[in-house]
Write a protein that binds this ligand. Structure first.
Ligand SMILES: Nc1ncnc2c1ncn2[C@@H]1O[C@H](COP(=O)(O)OP(=O)(O)O)[C@@H](O)[C@H]1O
Ligand SMILES: CC(C)(COP(=O)(O)O)[C@@H](O)C(=O)NCCC(=O)O
Length: 380
């Protein structure tokens, strides 16, 4: 089997970011033959992301790092006679299909976005150890996943917008809700209000800010006391950005750090609350949060966890995923393996084993582009 024929790339092209998952074979095409006639190529799954508005950077990355390495391209940049079919999901699989065909000779084999998100989470939870964790009061704890007791759960994907999906099994799911107040809202409003240029800059700002400068607290309304009769402490936020009503200040009078902090808290809190309400609607106890908005940020995870804990009175649990941002891309990637065994194309991806390779010992750090998952592909 020619290794260059392996379909080894999947894309999730969202409203803000393009996510790539690609297979990289170990060293010199480390292939093992099995007695059942199939052979196994060992390697690893690699991750990369690009801003959707800079789609050309993504095209170049694929051209130079993936297509050329796998030898699918001639040196003059032209593709072989046949187009290369690649799994793609997200709105951009539709929006950019012609561009990829024209520039790279890649045809998108489109996978539904919700289906891919669910496929990605199920793959991670079943295959990658220490993938899911809780984060509350500064305490991170990995969650042992019992494969026989995984469903049902609520998946909340916080991308540009937010989708909430009730998952009942492999391929069994329903998108039950969503909100347009998501990661795109945080970044868009943040750019307008703080003049920062990037998500990382906005996060950095929020890190140094104090939301109480601009949020109206229960104590601000109740003269410094709790409203204990309805369970609200004096430090609870009564109204996000509420102090700006009466402070008599202009935007320039607030520190961008405080605005960024308030915004992050508002978006995270709101999503946590809507997630809880949807979990309540269907009696779901476990809520997995994904999407690139989270970025492993402690403040975001803590706010979401507190919201879920507070509203559910400790009944429901917020959980996070190390590969939070790559759920759709992973789902699209693993959908190669679901092709039937008598499909003549060599597209049988099977996770023989998946081990997270990470550098450093803080194993809750946000997954970055240099971290990989050991993975093997069965060629039939
Ligand atoms: N490097 C980044 N650049 C832009 N946005 C980022 C970045 N990292 C995290 N984000 C956040 O993640 C969101 C996009 O999440 P993602 O799951 O990729 O959604 P989508 O599929 O809609 O692009 C952004 O709206 C922003 O809030
Ligand atoms: C349209 C989308 C599925 C696209 O996914 P995204 O690129 O945001 O990850 C998502 O933005 C969404 O679910 N928005 C919320 C729409 C709503 O339910 O109000």
């Amino acid at each position: 089997m020619d290794p260059t024929q392996i379909s080894h790339l999947a894309l999730d092209i969202g409203g803000t970011l393009v996510k790539l998952v690609y297979f990289s074979a170990n060293g010199d095409y480390n292939e093992e033959s099995r007695s059942n006639g199939c052979s196994v190529v060992k390697g690893r799954l690699c991750f990369a992301k690009f801003e959707t508005r800079k789609i050309d950077d993504c095209l170049e990355f694929i051209r130079f790092n993936i297509l050329q390495h796998s030898g699918v391209q001639h040196s003059n940049g032209a593709v072989h006679d046949d187009y290369l079919s690649v799994k793609a999901t997200g709105g951009g699989a539709f929006k950019f299909a012609d561009l990829f065909k024209e520039k790279l000779g890649i045809l998108f084999d489109k996978e539904d976005e919700m289906h891919s998100l669910v496929g990605g989470v199920n793959f991670l939870l079943k295959t990658v150890p220490r993938e899911a964790f809780t984060y509350l009061d500064g305490q991170k704890e990995f969650v042992e996943i019992d494969h026989n007791d995984l469903y049902p759960y609520l998946l909340v994907n916080i991308g540009s917008g937010v989708s909430m999906i009730k998952v009942d099994g492999d391929g069994k799911y329903e998108r039950i809700s969503g909100t347009s107040l998501g990661g795109g809202t945080f970044l868009g409003l943040g750019k307008l209000l703080t003049k920062c240029k990037s998500f990382d800059e906005l996060l950095e700002l929020s890190h140094h800010g104090n939301n109480r400068v601009i949020d109206m607290l229960v104590g601000d309304i109740y003269g410094g006391t709790d409203y204990s009769k309805i369970g609200l402490s004096s430090t609870a936020i009564a109204s996000s950005f509420g102090k700006a009503i009466s402070d008599g200040k202009e935007l320039e009078d607030y520190q961008p750090e405080d605005v960024a902090r308030s915004l992050l808290r508002m978006i995270s809190n709101n999503i946590g609350q809507i997630a809880y309400l949807n979990a309540l609607r269907f009696g779901l106890k476990r809520i997995f949060f994904g999407g690139f908005f989270i970025r492993g940020l402690e403040y975001t995870m803590d706010t979401i966890s507190v919201a879920v804990h507070f509203w559910s009175r400790g009944e429901a649990k917020a959980m996070f995923l190390r590969h939070e941002g790559f759920l759709g891309a992973l789902g699209a990637f693993t959908s190669y393996e679901t092709h039937s065994q008598n499909d003549s194309k060599p597209h049988h991806h099977t996770a023989q084993r998946a081990i997270l390779n990470c550098s450093g010992d803080d194993n809750l750090r946000h997954i970055n582009d240099s971290e990989t998952i050991e993975y093997s592909i069965s060629l039939v």
